[in-house]
Design a protein around this ligand. Structure first.
Ligand code: ADP
Length: 403
């Protein structure tokens, strides 16, 4: 039997999300989530998709990532596909920060682990959790190839003019300060899927990808290669997000410290957790914001307008960066579901060749689709992202190549 399955692990500080995929037909065998690891109220939710049966839930204490992964392995084993299954070809790990070192998916060995560890200062929230997941999985299956797929990798092609901040070069280099970008797996997948939707090769098309989830980022992709993206040293830069401010004048931080007497950690929390849509109106779910707007809520309306204004600025900026734009693709929770955000983001951009057809924009669905009028100069599309499939595909391709 050829091993055709890949387990994708996304390890956060207190959670593990996973999917088991079958690369013969890109189908999902199982998916699940362990959350609140380390607390007494941990929860494991497992959905055996291939079996067609309903989800199984387990509530109770799960002490650490080791216990979490063992519990996941047990659930998978119940469907005959445990971690020891000969059908398992590899484990693919989502790793948030690969710095400038990792430009592509990489088979994990001790040296790779050490390098991911060395990058912790630029990704203090994410890389430690990703490392824990990798170490745990390696301990359980030391013989199985494990691959790291980096959120930053797709953006390593950005030219220096886009990747560098205009700050003192020696200081920046000493602290590895530059724009790395995130959500790269999604931007890679969606830019390729958009080319496919247009029936053209990725090398032929220039695409602006708008990944609008709870975290949000835009990227400019020229012929399949990323040339700019809105997130920077950390995921805080760029678009207005669910709880992150996106772009602000850096002097806001000095002001809050000096005049507001806030500590650096308090400002960090303010800008990352209590800003964006939640800071503006108290809600970060676009559905709730739209409901409030329909009821005449002025704060919700202002939050929506600020969100859209920033989005529009990035669309305009990336039109300028790319010169010629073939398509704009909306993706992730907000991008795939909010016809209002899509319509508002391109409203008034006819001179850039951008427009949305109201009837097409109103259509809901899971498939990639065009929402621009048929004669539009620039195609506007809704292109659902699939980061797990992309991680699994990259992992499998690498393992197949090295076998
Ligand atoms: P994450 O960044 O957590 O992966 P997602 O891509 O799942 O986020 O997006 C989550 C967000 O998508 C929610 O916070 C909500 O704002 C938005 N969203 C989900 N469904 C809808 C919908 N039907 N209409 C508008 N917005 C939606």
């Amino acid at each position: 039997m050829t091993a055709s399955r890949v387990l994708v692990l996304n390890s956060g500080s207190s959670s593990v999300k996973y999917q088991l995929l079958d690369m013969r037909d890109n189908s999902r065998t199982a998916a699940g989530l362990v959350e609140r690891i380390g607390e007494r109220t941990s929860r494991l939710k497992h959905t055996p998709l291939a079996a067609g049966s309903g989800s199984r839930e387990w509530n109770g204490p799960i002490a650490d990532h080791d216990a979490a992964l063992k519990a996941v392995a047990e659930e998978l084993a119940k469907d005959g596909l445990g971690l020891d299954s000969p059908e398992l070809a590899a484990i693919g790990h989502r790793v948030v920060h690969g710095g400038q070192t990792f430009t592509r998916p990489t088979v994990i060995d001790d040296a790779v682990l050490a390098e991911i560890e060395r990058l912790i200062p630029v990704a203090p929230l994410h890389n430690p959790a990703n490392l824990t997941g990798i170490r745990t999985a390696r301990a359980l299956r030391p013989d199985l190839p494990q691959v790291a797929v980096f959120d930053t990798a797709f953006h390593t092609t950005m030219p220096e003019s886009a990747a560098r901040y205009a700050i003192d070069v020696e200081t920046a280099d000493a602290h590895r300060i530059r724009r790395y970008g995130f959500h790269g797996t999604s931007h890679a997948y969606v830019s390729r899927a958009t080319a496919e939707l247009l029936g053209r090769a990725p090398e032929e098309v220039n695409v602006i990808v708008l990944h609008l989830g709870n975290g949000a980022s835009a990227s400019a992709v020229r012929g399949g290669v990323c040339v700019d993206t809105s997130m920077g040293l950390t995921p805080l830069e760029g678009l207005v997000m669910g709880t992150r401010s996106g772009d602000t004048d850096p002097a806001v931080i000095f002001h809050l410290a000096r005049v507001g007497k806030m500590s650096i950690d308090e400002i960090d929390t303010l800008l990352n957790k209590r800003s964006g849509l939640v800071g503006l109106c108290g809600d970060n779910d676009m559905r709730e914001i739209r409901r409030r707007i329909d009821e005449g809520d002025a704060r919700a309306k202002l939050a929506f307008d600020i969100y859209v204004h920033r989005l529009k600025k990035y669309i305009g900026a990336y039109c300028a960066v790319l010169g010629r734009v073939d398509a704009v693709a909306f993706t992730a929770g907000v991008g795939e579901n909010s016809a209002e955000v899509r319509a508002a983001a391109v409203a008034g951009l006819e001179t850039l060749g951008l427009a949305v057809d109201d009837a097409l924009n109103a259509v809901r669905g899971d498939e990639p689709r065009l929402i621009s009028p048929p004669d539009a100069r620039v195609a506007v599309g809704v292109v659902p992202t699939d980061e797990e499939l992309e991680i699994a595909a990259q992992t499998y391709a690498l393992v197949e190549r090295t076998n």
